[in-house]
Design a protein. Sequence first.
Length: 186
Amino acid sequence: MRRVEREDQAFTGPEAAIVLIAIVVVASVFAYVVLGAGMATSQKSQQTMYAALGEAASGLRTGDSVIVKLDNDRGYVRFVEFDLETLADIAPIDPGRLTFTIATKDRLVTIPPGDPRATITWRYRRDDGDLLEAGEVIAVRLNAVDAIIARGDTFSIEITARDGASVSLARRVPAGAEKNVYLELF
């Protein structure tokens, strides 16, 4: 009788170990890549969150009243004065880098940083630094002659910091106001 030979091929111990080690190495490299990408995403999210907090917290706030001085010739607003402070203590603001925009129905006047038409004085200062921090107040006086704000006109002022924080205020000069007077607008 003839013997039928079969070829039985199977894994031997070393071959199985090599395959197992290859699978473990590939899985660990894949896990490392996934974890690394997750960590990078987490760090980027954290940076974004802190940047957003910094911008949100560096907001400005104006005082409740605005003082205007009318000239003695035609009764136009000569200057506008108001207080300014920060909302929180996360990011201080450099008052020397504020941009002011005065808008009326007919005109738009922008006063860039360093322009002599904007005078900034410290009303309350906690330290000797030049940055506006929480708890500190500055008084801003804007020369509004170029804006030609007459009695009865409504005007708005937008204050923008270099980092993007901004605040605006809108007021109306009473129509019956006298010339050469100071008015407090609420």
